[in-house]
Ligand binder design. Structure first.
Ligand code: AMP
Length: 182
């Protein structure tokens, strides 16, 4: 978990590789549906382009299907999910049916000025349509309003660990590698 631009996507790929588990990014699944122009993609695009979250019912359904695939049997890393209180509740239901539980929730902490700088740079490099300055501002607001409160819930469950996302990608990767090895 962490605000947009904290480096979740980049770090999640490395960490999942290191652990030999599936990497599941809801943002990536939405983006591939957008580029394939599926029904789900057409629906999701409206929300993504405005910096809003895709409705819980749609997102939860998609994650439920993804977690029914065989490659999750040895574990998985969720990147960008859950992001709302309703998604936490749904994930609990899905996991209990799978006989699984959340072992660890990682919060990547960053300073907001740094995040905005990273996102503006990413918009120039990748041309993501949800990286304009106005949309970036909205995405940060939505994170604060809807997702930041989940940290307290996972802290109360005793599974939350916070790691600084500041510095070079390699440095953050090393911090995360040490965290999961400990
Ligand atoms: P990300 O790549 O994780 O930053 O996600 C990009 C966009 O996809 C977000 O700004 C949302 O519009 C949408 N999205 C990704 N994950 C979720 C989620 N768990 N719930 C709702 N919308 C999501």
């Amino acid at each position: 978990m962490g605000p947009p631009g904290a480096g979740k996507g980049t770090q999640a790929v490395s960490l999942a590789n290191q652990l030999g588990i599936a990497h599941i990014s809801t943002g990536d699944i939405f983006r591939s549906n957008v580029s394939d122009k599926t029904e789900l993609g057409l629906l999701a695009k409206k929300y993504m382009d405005a910096g809003e979250y895709v409705p819980d019912s749609v997102t939860n359904e998609m994650v439920k299907h993804r977690l029914a695939e065989p490659d999750v049997q040895h574990g998985f890393l969720l990147d960008g999910y859950p992001r709302t209180v309703a998604q936490v509740a749904e994930l609990d239901v899905i996991l209990s049916k799978l006989g699984a539980q959340v072992d660890l929730v990682i919060e990547l902490t960053v300073d907001i000025d740094e995040v905005v700088k990273r996102l503006v740079q990413r918009s120039l490099q990748q041309g993501r349509s949800d990286d304009s300055e106005e949309v970036i501002r909205r995405r940060l607001e939505v994170y604060q309003e809807q997702t930041a409160p989940l940290l307290a819930a996972y802290r109360a469950r005793g599974v939350l660990k916070s790691v600084s996302g500041m510095g070079e990608i390699e440095q953050v990767r090393e911090r995360l590698a040490q965290l999961v090895a400990s």
